[in-house]
Design a protein around this ligand. Sequence first.
Ligand SMILES: C[S@@+](CC[C@H](N)C(=O)[O-])C[C@H]1O[C@@H](n2cnc3c(N)ncnc32)[C@H](O)[C@@H]1O
Length: 272
Amino acid sequence: MKQLVHRICKDLLTTKNEAEVIAARLLNCSKHELYFHTVRDSHLQHKLKSQLAQLKNGKPIEYVTRTTSFLDLDLNILPGVFIPRLETEFLIEIVKNKMVDAPRKILEIGTGTGAISIALARIFAECMIIANDISERALQCAHINIKKYELEKRIMLCRADRFSGIKGSYDLIISNPPYISQERLNRLPKSVRDFEPIIALDGGFNGIEIIAAIILNGYEMINEQGNIALEIDDHQVGLIRDLLILNKINNYIFLKDLFGRFRYLYISKKII
Ligand SMILES: C[S@@+](CC[C@H](N)C(=O)[O-])C[C@H]1O[C@@H](n2cnc3c(N)ncnc32)[C@H](O)[C@@H]1O
C-alpha cells in the first residue's frame, strides 16, 4: 500500500496526506484501514492503475470512483451528472432553519444525483417531493440513490424542462439551478469544463435565465405559506434584486455562505 500512496504522491503531485485520502477512496476503505490492505489481486492492481491514469488526466475522483457524498449521504454518481457541492449542503441548512412549519409538498427543479431531495426527505419525514431534471442521465442516477435510501414512495422523479408538466401548489420549491453566465463558462477550472455536464452549469447569457424562470413560475406555484430556496452566484445579486422589484416580490432575503459571499436567495409569501 505504501507503493500506491507513493505513486499517487508522484503522479498527482499531492502531499502524503492527500494521497492517503485518494487511495482510501479508490479502495473504498478508511484512511486508518489503508495500511492493513495488501493489493495482491492483479485485477484490482489493474483497476487502480487505470483509475490513477484517469485522475492524472484531471477527471474528478467522484467520476472515477462513481461515489460522492452530500451531508451524511453516500451517493452514487455517474459521469455526466453534476457533482454535488459543499455550498449546496448549506442550502439545506438554510431551509431547515427558515421553514417555520415542516414542508409537506416540495418541488425540486434540476435534481442531479437527487442529493437535495434525498436530504430533505430524511429531514422532513412527512413530505412528498417531486424532483425533475432535463437530463435523462441525471434521472437515472437520482433513481439509483433514491432506491438506495428507500425513498421511492416519497420522491417522484420526472423528466421535464423547468416547470413543464408540473402542476399543483407547493410549500417549498428548491433548486440549485445552472447559473454560470456564458462569459464565465470559459473561465471555469479545467476539471469542471472538461468533465461536468454543460447543461448543469449554463445559466444563459447573464447566468440568471433559469433562476428567473424559477422565481417567476415558482412564485405562482407556492401556496400562501410557501417558500422558494435557491442557490445563486454572488455576482447575480443586483440582477436578481431588480427582477424581484420589477415583479413586486418583496419578501426575500439573500444569504451568505461560509465564506461571506451572497450565495442563496430565500423567498417567502409570508413576511420574513
Ligand atoms: C447545478 S446542477 C444541480 C444538481 C443537484 N440539484 C445538486 O445540487 O447537486 C443543475 C441541474 O439542473 C438540471 N437542469 C438544467 N437545465 C434544466 C431545465 N431546463 N429543467 C430542469 N432541469 C435542468 C441539470 O441537468 C442539473 O442536473
